[in-house]
Unconditional design. Structure first.
Length: 285
């Protein structure tokens, strides 16, 4: 199955790609583990980088703000904080990246979605239609949806209209175990937005998830926050994962990429501004 992966730059969409590889090749590649019951932490094993994900993930797709001066949109659908880094992913994976600037807004807010001109969801439809036109062999779309029915239903709606299969391998997984899986399996991600009780920008912004795990569990017990940030408590930026070449770390963590924190408004969340990322093969739709 040929898959286009929806990527935001966050940990969830990257880990969803890893799960696609695992599910798609477990019968062909003996090095990929058979699934274990979800109460156990699942350690994935991947073939050498020369194999990579190209046989399965054949393209990446990303939606970004229409205005370059805007880092985050007030969107029910898309994470756009740190979207600048996504352009490096295609080079590190050796696949094309299709991008579209978001023209629409949230117009249809009911849970059950129907095609609505001018809605931001239709930007995804235009983007994926173009991906399918240029790569006809694509049959499925990967997304990092975990708990949002609002997002899942809309991705499924678009896929149904385009004759594609929606792959949401993280859907309804236990968030505590899922976060541990991500860290165990090599997802290196940092926080680029914090917006929850107990998350202090001065202490927790720009921190790796492996170093925040235990504290997030504490906050879950104290305030009931979503450990994976599904309630908007925080957003992440993936700096490395097993699907990326070693060059990834040099490109993103090195001198070309610098992080600086800033405040948009005293009552709004704080962010990390991401800039200076090199641009590989990129197709705008």
């Amino acid at each position: 199955m040929k898959v286009v992966a929806l990527v935001s730059g966050g940990k969830d969409s990257c880990y969803a790609m890893m799960k696609c590889i695992q599910y798609g090749h477990e019968n062909q590649m003996s090095k990929v583990n058979v699934l274990k019951p979800k109460q156990h932490i699942q350690k994935l094993s991947f073939p050498p980088l020369s194999w990579q994900s190209n046989e399965e993930i054949v393209a990446l797709a990303n939606l970004l703000p229409a205005d370059d001066s805007v880092d985050e949109l007030d969107s029910y659908m898309y994470q756009t904080v740190g979207h600048q880094i996504v352009v490096s992913y295609s080079k590190c994976m050796g696949v094309p990246l299709f991008r579209r600037r978001i023209q629409g807004s949230t117009k249809h807010q009911d849970l059950a979605y129907r095609m609505t001109p001018g809605d931001e969801v239709e930007d995804m439809s235009i983007l994926l239609r173009e991906v399918k036109r240029q790569i006809p062999s694509i049959t499925a779309v990967s997304s990092g949806a975990i708990a949002s029915d609002y997002q899942r239903i809309r991705v499924e709606n678009i896929c149904s209209r385009l004759g594609l299969v929606s792959l949401a391998y993280l859907w309804k997984q236990d968030q505590s175990l899922l976060l541990q899986e991500m860290v165990t399996n090599g997802i290196v991600a940092i926080t680029v937005k914090v917006a929850a009780m107990g998350l202090d920008p001065a202490k927790h912004l720009g921190k790796e998830m492996k170093n925040l795990q235990s504290y997030l569990h504490e906050l879950n017990k104290l305030y009931g926050i979503n450990v994976c940030g599904e309630g908007g408590e925080y957003e992440t930026l993936t700096l490395d994962c097993p699907l990326f070449h070693d060059l990834m770390t040099k490109q993103i963590i090195g001198r070309e990429h610098k992080f600086r924190s800033y405040i948009l408004n005293p009552v709004l969340p704080r962010y990390v501004d991401c800039s200076g990322v090199t641009t590989p093969f990129e197709i705008h739709c």
